[in-house]
Ligand binder design. Structure first.
Ligand SMILES: [Zn+2]
Length: 183
């Protein structure tokens, strides 16, 4: 099958070129580790943008599917320090542990690392800048950008995952999920 023969980065370039309605057709499944067991995300990652539009609030849709950026300092999880796990707001894959979060003062939630394999990196040359976009590896939704070498010496790789709060939901240790920004 053609889509299986090309790399993810190529698919990203093709998708960006063709526009927002191009949907990955490769079969991808994601598993997350919960208390020593693997739990598969229960929300399909294979949706058209019209289907995503029906399940996401307009604000979330703009960030996740149109690569938007929320206004600095306004996000629900910008200054949020509870213990738990941050999920992809679109497909509920587990992206970041609360132990990955740190206070950067940048105005958006900041993480120094992610759950292994949960986040993909893509070259972003929009607005005349070269940046590294981060997306959910399960559903390809936009999360934010990762910045390196900013001098956060207490983070192992000196990296800052700068993530929109609207790209995230928060799962508490009891399994309940904060979906207060859903429609
Ligand atoms: Zn996702």
């Amino acid at each position: 099958m053609y889509h299986r023969a090309v790399s993810r980065s190529t698919l990203t370039i093709i998708r960006n070129y063709l526009g927002r309605d191009f949907t990955l057709r490769t079969h991808r499944r994601t598993f997350s580790r919960t208390s020593g067991t693997l739990k598969e995300s229960t929300i399909s990652a294979k949706k058209t943008n019209e289907e995503w539009r029906k399940t996401l609030s307009p604000q979330r849709y703009h960030i996740l599917r149109e690569k938007g950026t929320e206004v600095r300092g306004t996000g629900l999880y910008n200054e949020h320090n509870e213990t738990g796990v941050y999920l992809c707001a679109a497909c509920h894959s587990r992206l970041y542990e609360s132990s990955h979060k740190f206070s950067s003062g940048c105005g958006w939630p900041a993480f120094y690392d992610s759950v292994p394999g949960a986040v993909n990196r893509n070259l972003d040359t929009s607005f005349g800048r070269i940046r590294t976009e981060i997306t959910c590896s399960n559903c390809d939704s936009h999360l934010g950008h990762v910045f390196q070498g900013e001098g956060y010496n207490y983070t192992p790789a000196d990296e800052r995952h700068c993530v929109n709060s609207l790209s995230l939901k928060f799962e508490r240790p009891d399994g309940s999920v904060d979906d207060s920004e859903d429609k």
